[in-house]
Design a protein around this ligand. Structure first.
Ligand code: 6YU
Length: 501
């Protein structure tokens, strides 16, 4: 039967796991996942800092409400606390920007109050909201979000804050911090790289972002338990997928397999279909060798055009907090950054300026005093090349400068290194300057679309979801989508005979 067809999924992240789950549910039984590393989960990765668990990859369920499949699974598996599941939390709609209780520290060791900084945050959030609206209305005045926001700040800020001249400089510096924070959210080097017209392609769901008390990887563990235990072939990086391939031997029915998967270790697998879920960063890096024959031009161009950047975390553990008890987000503001320009002239000396600040891990009873620092872009990639001790030294100096306390010493540090991870090549995708919905359609388009042997190579993964790219739920939905594409390919249209069976 058609359900006998050989299907291989490349990558055991949540999109690959989701695809396997759905195919098995529909009766396909020759399904395997080929994974480059020794573990499942990909960019969902829970690590340890002393006695604490910390998320090295994905952190939150963005928009945890009924429509979010990750939320539904997490509820079914009972992985969330009561509050996260409450109807009240599900109904909160903040448009993707949780209002964390902030503390502001500046480079002269001052701690500033909400009356000084609050207006800058409000002003910025308004510009961000306006940036998202060009997707529906069209007519974007500038190519990128960064250029738009900077132009609007220059135009509007003097008027907006004219009654409060004394604070203009510090608020401009604050806007710089907020732009850097937005680089972390979008996973990009600069907001000048994020397309203004495409920014609004990203859609949010209602629900107050929540975390997994036992770690995000618990979700992966539960999903894996529902799959046959031998479904994943670990430690087998795929080197090349040969499609329209004619040199395979015949299958049990004497048919030729159209695909040959070639692994780095020389092993090969014959298949009818392969679902590729490797990160966009990996595809960009290996665009000339990963497929043979290579990608059609329109697909290749979209792989090149869509953005994929780096956002890293630096976890720090302290004996005592230097922040307020209710603080959820610590902003670092450089008082000399009063001009809106993202230039780091000397990477070695100044990379640390890109660190926007820290989220506070809550609740304290569970974590103790742990902060998670956020840093994106090329400075983040440079940080990855430094030793843990060098990073610790730089962060310690930074904290002493900003708190004015020369004795502050973090007692432990752990940082992520997503750019140098050979199977991620960065953190997640964004809609780059010049991108449109067509680019994501192109990324998701199967090869070949038509012909006597269609749908040989299918594409899933976070970057292929039109509105939830860069998220775990987008990744999961994309895996389900490609599995369903195969299911309907083999399902006769009602009332008519299908030659596909
Ligand atoms: C979310 C969040 N979150 C922080 C950080 C990161 C990410 N995301 P996978 O990579 O998982 O799987 C592919 C597998 O393929 C993998 O196992 C490889 O080893 C394997 N592979 C590769 N090459 C291979 C080869 N050759 N052969 C065989 N195997 C191979 N998402 O929902 N909440 O809080 C965060 C965050 C530091 C790095 C995140 C978050 C992104 C998710 O982690 C990610 O999308 C999915 O896990 C990907 O799953 P997958 O299966 O596709 O790939 C307005 C506006 C702006 C728009 N942006 C909004 C911002 C929202 C994004 N937020 C992110 C924030 C954080 C903090």
């Amino acid at each position: 039967s058609a359900r006998d067809s050989q299907i291989f999924i490349i990558g055991c992240g949540i999109s690959g796991i989701g695809a396997a789950q759905k195919l098995l549910k529909h009766g396909f039984h020759n399904v395997h996942i080929i994974e480059a590393t020794a573990r499942s989960g990909g960019r969902i990765r829970t690590g340890r800092l002393g006695d604490n668990i910390v998320e090295i990859g994905a952190n939150w369920i963005h928009g945890p409400s009924k429509e979010n499949p990750v939320f539904r699974l997490a509820c079914d598996y009972q992985l969330l606390d009561k509050e996260s599941m409450s109807e009240e939390n599900q109904a909160i709609d903040i448009g993707g920007h949780p209002l964390f209780v902030p503390n502001w520290f500046t480079s002269s060791g001052r701690k500033l109050g909400p009356e000084t900084m609050g207006p800058a945050v409000e002003f910025f959030m308004n510009l961000l909201e306006r940036s998202q609206q060009f997707h529906d209305s069209g007519g974007e005045p500038l190519p990128s979000v960064g250029e738009f926001i900077k132009a609007e700040v220059e135009r509007l800020a003097p008027e907006e804050w004219k009654e409060d001249q004394a604070n203009i400089a510090i608020r401009m510096a604050m806007i710089n911090t907020l732009l850097k924070l937005e680089c972390c959210v979008s996973g990009t080097h600069t907001m000048d790289d994020v397309g203004l017209g495409a920014f609004g392609m990203y859609k949010t769901l209602p629900g107050l972002d929540c975390t997994f008390p036992g770690g995000y990887e618990g979700l992966i563990d539960h999903m894996m338990k529902e799959l046959p235990s031998d479904i994943v072939l670990y430690n087998k990086p795929v080197k090349c997928i040969h499609w329209n391939y004619t040199k395979n031997g015949p299958d049990s029915k004497g048919m030729l397999f159209p695909i040959m998967i070639e692994c780095v270790n020389g092993e090969t697998f014959a298949a009818d279909h392969v679902i590729v879920t490797v990160p966009l960063g990996y595809l960009k890096k290996h665009q000339n060798t990963f497929l043979s024959p290579t990608f059609p031009l329109h697909k290749l161009h979209s792989i090149q055009r869509m953005g994929f950047g780096t956002n890293n975390k630096i976890f720090l553990e302290f004996e005592q907090p230097f922040w307020d008890e209710d603080c959820e987000l610590i902003y670092l503001v450089w008082e000399d950054e009063t001009h809106l320009a993202d230039v780091v002239s000397d990477m070695k000396m100044s990379w640390i300026r890109k660190l926007i600040g820290f989220t506070v891990l809550k609740p304290t009873e569970r974590y103790g005093h742990v902060l998670c620092g956020w840093i994106a872009g090329r400075e983040s990639e440079y940080m990855e090349t430094l030793s843990e001790l060098e990073v610790l030294h730089s962060v310690t100096q930074l904290l002493r400068l900003f708190t004015g306390n020369p004795t502050i010493t973090p007692r432990k540090l752990l940082r992520s290194q997503w750019f140098h991870d050979p199977y991620s090549c960065g953190s997640y995708s964004y809609a780059a300057k010049g991108c449109s919905a067509y680019d994501i359609d192109n990324l998701a388009e199967p090869l070949p679309l038509k012909g006597s042997k269609p749908l040989q190579v299918l594409f899933a993964g976070e970057a292929t979801h039109g509105s939830f790219f860069s998220t775990v739920h987008g990744a999961l939905l994309s895996g389900w989508r490609e599995a369903e594409r195969l299911v309907s390919h083999y399902t006769p249209a009602s009332g008519s005979f299908s030659s596909k069976l």
